[in-house]
Design a protein around this ligand. Structure first.
Ligand SMILES: [Zn+2]
Length: 199
């Protein structure tokens, strides 16, 4: 019957981790699945979420309502298991989600330079996600790189890929040549996640 039952334990573990996100962010991730894997792909994920006991659908998610932050991790894991996503697919889909997100569109409309976006990103993170502390620890205009760190945020390594995609999607609004690489990771024994943005 269910072909995702093997991940029930993992789903339960993840969904017990405290922390919430605004529906607007979750919505952009679901909308990106539709763009990336089609209606059929999205339907598979939504069905699996029902089977696992953590239902959420693109149609019903409300922008201002709070949802578990771990739901995004669960969705990414289901994309890997049911739709055969590679790491690159997870990343690209998150870039797409960022483009579809009202919140990043708003951020970009307000701040038109990469420096301003990076400076204000921690504030926007706080407004949309209840766990984790984001900071821009370095902005080097001359050498064209920035360092962002995310502390107190530990869900699942798959999230690092989607965070990187989401961040770089935002930065590309104002700096189309922006790229990103995770240089430290809490899942690899470091104190925090660290991303290096280059352009
Ligand atoms: Zn990480």
């Amino acid at each position: 019957m269910s072909n995702v039952s093997f991940s029930q334990k993992e789903a339960d573990r993840l969904m017990k981790i405290p922390g919430t996100q605004k529906g607007a962010v979750l919505r952009s991730h679901l909308a990106a699945i539709k763009n990336h894997a089609g209606e059929e792909g999205l339907a598979k994920i939504e069905k699996a979420l029902v089977e696992l006991g953590y239902p959420v659908t693109l149609q019903e998610v409300r922008a201002t309502k709070e949802y578990p932050e771990a739901q995004t991790a669960l969705i990414s894991l289901l994309c890997q298991k049911l739709l055969g996503y590679t790491d690159a697919d997870i990343f690209v889909q998150a870039v797409e989600a960022s483009k579809l997100s009202f919140f990043s569109q708003l951020l970009m409309r307000t701040f038109t330079s990469l420096e301003r976006v990076l400076k204000n990103a921690p504030h926007y993170w706080k407004k949309h996600v209840s766990i984790g502390d984001l900071e821009c620890s370095e902005f080097n205009k001359k050498e064209k790189f920035a360092i962002i760190r995310l502390r107190n945020y530990k869900l699942h390594p798959v999230v690092c890929l989607s965070l990187a995609g989401y961040f770089v999607g935002m930065f590309r609004y104002v700096q189309p040549s922006a790229n990103i690489k995770e240089t430290k990771c809490i899942h690899k024994g470091d104190q925090y996640h660290e991303f290096k943005v280059t352009w």
